[in-house]
Design a protein around this ligand. Structure first.
Ligand SMILES: C[S@@+](CC[C@H](N)C(=O)[O-])C[C@H]1O[C@@H](n2cnc3c(N)ncnc32)[C@H](O)[C@@H]1O
Length: 260
């Protein structure tokens, strides 16, 4: 993704925060208990609170920095019963770090939207020595209604000029465990990975709703977007009216190096 792509597309989330809130999934409960302990948590890109709410329920003191004012407003509404969580509207790159360091910096399906020249260094600067950075990424992997996803790919080939031909989901075990950015920063101990594989079944309408929360689908030309959704909807109908997606939630965790 080029810098200008990233800066254009990352604003699409705020266009329809209620849709995002009703259909985007949260994360497997074990992920939250696997996180490094410590009360002070900084979350980067909380959206409408998919990871923030479970963290707040566990009693963590969360400061969540969200670029989009409309997403932040829905997150604040979702967190209204949790005075231990605060949502700040800012680009993480520009947000002044508070003087007291955090025990944990976490970013769920959002780290790739942050400027690569800033995200590792600033996350490390936000942490106490020995504090943990947890980068959570979400992957659509092979499984669920596999045959239906093979057919759905024909809709992408017809309506989305950016889709690579014959794209197929990979097995969860084939998704790479990339440590390059942590390693290159020189600020972190070796990375540990936690993988969570799970499935979610969607009705036709729920799945089309979900697709409209993805920046690349939102950015399609309107006629192509309408054609794609119609085509996928018809495919789901012809396969019995529901679709099951297998997710790999991958969490990469590393700690800041202690002072020598
Ligand atoms: C794909 S959503 C993930 C939201 C949520 N964490 C989740 O797990 O579903 C990415 C979020 O990051 C936010 N975001 C993008 N760039 C950001 C930045 N530079 N600083 C803070 N938040 C940012 C977007 O507005 C959006 O809410």
């Amino acid at each position: 993704m080029t810098q200008s792509n990233r800066e254009d597309l990352r604003h699409t989330f705020g266009e329809d925060p209620e849709r995002y809130d009703r259909i985007r999934p949260t994360y497997p409960p074990e992920l939250f208990t696997d996180l490094a302990p410590g009360p002070r948590v900084l979350e980067i890109g909380p959206g409408t609170g998919q990871a923030t709410l479970p963290l707040a329920r566990l009693g963590r003191a969360v400061t969540a920095v969200e670029l989009s004012p409309t997403m932040a407003a829905v997150a604040a509404r979702n967190l209204a019963d949790h005075p231990n969580a605060e949502v700040v509207v800012a680009a993480f790159e520009d947000w002044p770090l508070p003087p007291e360091p955090f025990d944990l910096v976490l970013s769920a399906t959002a780290f790739h939207w942050i400027d690569p020249a800033v995200r590792m260094r600033k996350s490390a600067d936000a942490l106490r020595p020995g504090g943990a950075l947890a980068v959570i990424s979400t992957h659509h992997v092979l499984g669920g209604t596999t045959r239906l996803f093979v057919d759905v790919q024909r809709c992408y080939e017809r309506f989305d000029p950016d889709t690579p031909p014959n794209l197929r989901q990979q097995e969860a075990s084939d998704i790479p465990r990339d440590t390059a950015e942590f390693d290159a920063s020189g600020r972190f101990t070796p990375v540990t990975f936690h993988d969570y594989v799970w499935e979610q079944t969607y009705s036709r309408d729920q799945y089309l709703d979900l697709l409209l929360t993805y920046s690349n689908h939102r950015a399609l030309r309107p006629d192509r977007q309408a054609g794609l959704l119609r085509c996928i909807g018809d495919m789901i109908d012809s396969h019995g009216g529901s679709i099951t997606k297998r997710y790999l939630t991958q969490m990469a965790v590393a700690r800041t190096k202690q002072a020598p």
